[in-house]
Design a protein around this ligand. Structure first.
Ligand SMILES: *[C@@H]1O[C@H](CO)[C@@H](O)[C@H](O)[C@H]1NC(C)=O
Ligand SMILES: *[C@@H]1O[C@H](CO)[C@@H](O)[C@H](O)[C@H]1NC(C)=O
Ligand SMILES: *[C@@H]1O[C@H](CO)[C@@H](O)[C@H](O)[C@H]1NC(C)=O
Ligand SMILES: *[C@@H]1O[C@H](CO)[C@@H](O)[C@H](O)[C@H]1NC(C)=O
Ligand SMILES: [Zn+2]
Length: 960
């Protein structure tokens, strides 16, 4: 007996590890041709942090804020699924499911495999979270989806890969997201929130379901369905213990007997809903936020209704059954008699009523959004380094990747979580930064040291406020740059230092031109800054090799300052000045108005720039017209953006051999720095916006407005979609439906992750502005682009977060700093290249050394390239990461031009893998889908061709 039992256990264990098709063919309920098929989909929407932190939501702590404990949901739902094979449930966020999974015994795990196999527990989406679609970059979206789907593949095998995805709560939907889903092999996409006017039209035209043409370059498409009631149950039919709706009583002897009446109500709702859909299938989403902790309550009432209606309404040909999104999608596909309508644009902006345009969250929490972009770059660099050195995943990488994935949730990077939850996201990202600093230190030493001696390489996370202990306290020191781009790239390096003069020596022992610039007053005064640095040492790192490291030796020379060291003398001009102020350097020139100090001209073109603000609407939200501007909603009081109360008082110009800057002092904690860089075709605009004043009791939303009056754009402007393909926007207009924009300012804002431009069709002249973090943008005046950069609000907007977006730090309103790059070349291609450089700027580490430049060169390599050659200029190495512990490496190559964007760079690109990676030898190359959970084929060639906007994903088996 004993022996047999043991053998059986071993059997099932072996089975667990196999990749077998888990979905049985009859996993979907049979639909009836002549019936109205009602797909009842039990689900729980589990936010990966919102009112409570991720862990609080999982365990159910802090329940006074919200009664929510995801662990019980899985415990409870599975009991129900095991009891009855008809019952179904969908699982969406792998952050929660994987947490629950790892706490289960092998016995429970085997039973879960069974319900997955039978299609009772269906994974939908299967990303780590349900990511936001407006403010997340495509890099992070692809990563967070890949992470969740990898967990699913590793746990349940390839056939558990979800076919359906639902984005039931994000506040608007992007075209790039749809394209990404299509490329990941999803067949059905369901949406919860679309503009109320769009929805009304779709309802009356029977266009709630459509085919979405998600990429103009790639021709991807995906079936897309809009859910009837966002993601909630029919009103009155919420049976969760958190709901108060009348439960179903089917005992005719009970005085509470109500099933007859209740069924009638539900059938009426069903019939009404079905009028708006094309086929004889409809979906009822039976769940809300954090439901099914006590799943029995839901299922017991649904069981009664299903049984009763199927019997009593048999002649009305209505049939209810438990189903899932993929079963519903399949049923609709099978039942369609004519082609679906097509969707070509996106679903932004999203309005839920005439005064609720969800365009504030495009900018909410600007410093957090900035951090998420910074960590995105850092994480990619960290993965690259680990892929080419140790070639296996580390806990550091796993932790960081998880933190970054969580930060993409639709209440995280959006800035719509409660403050304490946002703090938790930051702590997680900070752990990632620390972990990867260690990785950089170790790997850089490994790659650079010639004699085994090592340096303590510090990553200075506070460079954005010009603070770094190593460089402030040491001389000499070494600065090492890592270029995460797969092509050569130059960078202007700025290092916080104390006073003195410095000599910078490069990898070939040459003295490099450098300059010292005093740190701007508004930076010195930033709350929380803890630094003795008073100056920045600036030099150019020219032509950093692809995936390359280069070190520079920096020291305070004894005696006279180095010859090539230039101390830049600031010159201050009080305003108003007698004449306009013209600043020329490196073949570029800027003109500033003598009265206001505003930028008014670049070269010969009239280009104006100004900081302005919208006073925020206050309100108690008791009626639509009393809606307040808040974390989600942007609602200015009035249509005019107002000039800052204090105009600029003075300009300071600082000329130098590397960088020339013009500082516009607005007040002690608000300033802008315009920078021209040698050999660069853009102007950097560094903005510092101290605490937003609220003493007048009015919230404020700040914009940076660029205007090129000669560009007649006729209300048209262009914005990127999650950092990739461009979309055309038209003032007070939507491309695919008739709209009445009831908030003339807020209703014309769109998300921008990478860059926006306005163009004059007749002259083909363009103004392009790149942004360093997710923001909202519009073009309300002719030839203009306005980016919302910061917001501080005093009222909640009543969409759930229950806090006013009034961020503070160090006891005062939150100060923010960021930058825009203004393209000065008209060339179509320049923005694409600059966008790559902005998103993937070099990683800097610093280390003290006792060695002279000479000596250092003998002990350390000062330049190493991890790629043996540049990729073609239109190809980005999107991903390079260790995929497992056996030396398999995940690689993604991305063509980053769209069809027709550029004559030269929109051509297909070809790359060769042969000898590309300096430290990797490749055995085999397997091509997989974008999320790397479905094999495509083993490649028998080293050559790859990429079409415009194409991403090709490979798993390389490597040895060293
Ligand atoms: C999916 O998991 C199976 C094991 O269940 C593994 O053999 C396969 O390589 C995985 N697929 C990918 C693309 O990693
Ligand atoms: C600044 O310098 C003072 C005096 O040398 C020193 O005590 C202090 O620790 C320094 N602060 C920082 C942040 O380095
Ligand atoms: C809007 O602005 C006007 C003028 O400053 C002010 O009187 C009014 O109270 C503001 N209304 C709201 C709802 O914020
Ligand atoms: C400007 O846009 C309007 C509305 O979209 C259009 O009717 C008009 O023809 C356009 N004018 C030009 C010069 O493109
Ligand atoms: Zn949500």
């Amino acid at each position: 007996m004993h022996v047999v039992t043991i053998l059986c256990l071993v059997c099932s264990w072996i089975k667990l590890g196999e990749s077998v098709c888990y979905r049985s063919p009859n996993a979907c309920p049979q639909t009836e041709k002549d019936f109205l098929n009602v797909h009842i989909v039990p689900h729980s929407h589990d936010d990966v942090g919102w009112l409570k932190t991720v862990e609080q939501y999982y365990y159910g702590t802090n329940n006074s804020i919200q009664n929510a404990a995801v662990q019980y949901t899985y415990d409870s739902v599975l009991e129900e699924l095991w009891k009855d094979s008809e019952k179904k449930f969908v699982s969406v966020e792998m952050e929660f499911f994987s947490h629950w999974w790892k706490e289960q015994t092998s016995h429970v795990k085997r039973k879960v495999h069974k319900v997955v196999e039978r299609g009772q527990l269906e994974f939908v989406g299967g990303g780590w979270c349900m990511n936001d679609e407006a403010t997340a970059s495509y890099v992070d979206i692809i990563d967070q989806m890949t992470m969740g789907l990898k967990f699913l593949n590793d746990t349940f095998g390839e056939c558990a890969a979800p076919k359906a995805v639902w984005q039931i709560d994000p506040f608007g939907h992007s075209k790039e997201q749809a394209s990404i889903f299509a490329q990941m092999g999803f067949e059905y996409l369901f949406l919860g929130r679309i503009d109320y006017q769009d929805k009304a039209l779709r309802m009356s035209n029977g266009e709630m379901e459509m085919m979405w043409d998600a990429s103009d370059s790639l021709g991807t498409e995906i079936f897309t369905g809009v859910l009837y009631n966002t993601y909630g149950p029919p009103p009155g039919f919420c049976f969760d213990v958190l709901c108060g709706d009348e439960t179903i009583v089917d005992d005719p002897d009970s005085p509470m007997f109500n099933i007859d009446r209740r069924s009638k109500q539900l059938v009426a709702y069903i019939l009404e809903q079905s009028k708006h859909y094309r086929t004889n299938n409809i979906i009822l989403t039976m769940g809300e936020d954090f439901h099914y902790q006590y799943a029995h309550a839901w299922y017991k009432n649904l069981d009664k209704l299903i049984k009763y209606i199927n019997k009593v309404y048999f002649n009305s040909q209505i049939r209810l059954f438990y189903s899932t999104p993929s079963c519903y999608g399949q049923a609709v596909k099978n039942a369609l008699v004519e082609a679906l309508p097509r969707k070509t644009d996106d679903f932004f902006p999203y309005a839920s009523d005439p005064h609720a345009y969800w365009t504030g969250y495009f900018t909410s929490r600007p410093t957090f959004k900035g951090l998420v972009r910074q960590t995105s770059n850092l994480l990619q660099a960290c993965k690259q380094i680990q892929a080419v050195t140790v070639r296996r995943r580390s806990n550091v990488l796993n932790q960081f990747q998880r933190s970054q994935a969580i930060a993409q949730h639709h209440d995280a990077v959006t800035g719509t979580a409660k403050q304490h939850v946002n703090n938790d996201y930051i702590v997680r990202l900070d752990q990632g930064i620390r972990g990867c600093s260690g990785v950089f230190s170790e790997s850089f030493n490994h790659l650079l040291s010639l004699n085994g001696s090592t340096l303590n390489q510090e990553y200075c996370a506070m460079l954005n406020i010009s603070q770094c202990q190593t460089t402030e306290q040491n001389s000499p020191f070494i600065v090492t740059l890592y270029n995460p781009l797969a092509f050569r790239s130059s960078h202007t390096v700025r290092i916080p230092v104390t006073d003195g003069s410095y000599a910078v020596t490069d990898h070939e022992g040459r003295l490099v031109a450098s300059q010292m610039v005093p740190i701007a007053e508004a930076v010195l005064l930033l709350p929380g800054r803890n630094s003795n640095a008073t100056n920045e040492l600036i030099f150019r790192a020219e032509d950093l090799p692809p995936l390359g490291l280069r070190s520079y030796h920096v020291k305070t020379p004894e005696g006279k300052p180095g010859k090539r060291m230039l101390r830049s003398r600031p010159r201050t001009i009080q305003l108003p000045n007698k004449e306009d102020i013209l600043v020329s350097a490196y073949g570029l020139s800027l003109k500033f108005d003598r009265q206001t100090g505003h930028l008014v001209q670049i070269g010969n073109e009239s280009v104006q720039q100004q900081l302005l603000f919208y006073p925020a609407m206050a309100g108690n939200n008791s009626r639509f017209e009393f809606r307040a501007s808040g974390a989600y909603i942007f609602r200015p009081n009035g249509t005019d953006a107002l000039p800052l109360e204090q105009p600029a008082t003075k300009l300071t110009t600082i000329f130098g051999p590397v960088t020339t800057e013009i500082r516009q002092h607005i007040n002690t904690n608000t300033m802008q720095i315009f920078r021209l860089h040698r050999d660069e075709s853009f102007i950097e605009l560094d903005w510092i916006l101290g605490p937003i004043p609220i003493e007048d009791g009015i919230g404020k939303e700040y914009i940076s407005r660029f205007t090129a009056p000669e560009i007649r754009n006729n209300g048209t402007f262009f914005t990127d979609s999650n950092g990739r393909e461009m979309l055309q926007r038209q003032l007070n207009h939507r491309l695919t439906y008739k709209v009445n924009v009831t908030e003339p300012t807020a209703g014309n804002f769109y998300p921008v992750n990478s860059f926006a431009y306005v163009e004059d069709k007749s002259t083909r002249s363009r103004m392009t502005v790149l942004n360093d973090r997710a923001q909202g943008v519009s073009s309300l005046l002719p030839g203009s682009l306005e980016f919302m950069i910061h917001r501080r609000l005093l009222h909640d907007d009543a969409f759930g977060v229950g806090e006013a977006l009034n961020e503070t730090a160090y006891g005062v309103g939150l100060a923010a700093r960021g930058s825009h790059w203004l393209g000065v070349e008209n060339s179509r291609s320049v923005a694409r290249f600059l966008a790559q450089r902005m998103a993937r700027s070099p990683i800097l580490t610093f280390s003290p050394t006792a060695l002279s430049a000479e000596e250092f060169r003998k002990s350390y390599r000062m330049e190493v390239a991890l790629l043996n050659r540049d990729l073609p200029p239109n190809v980005n190495l999107l991903t390079l990461e260790p995929w497992d512990d056996q030396g398999r490496i995940l690689v993604r190559f991305e063509h980053f031009f769209g069809v027709g964007e550029d004559e030269q760079f929109s051509q297909p690109a070809s790359i060769s893998l042969k000898g590309l990676f300096a430290t990797l030898n490749i055995w085999t190359v397997e091509e997989v889908n974008l999320s790397s959970n479905r094999p495509i084929k083993i490649l028998d060639t080293d050559e790859l061709v990429l079409k415009p906007m194409e991403i090709r994903t490979l798993i390389l088996s490597t040895y060293q």
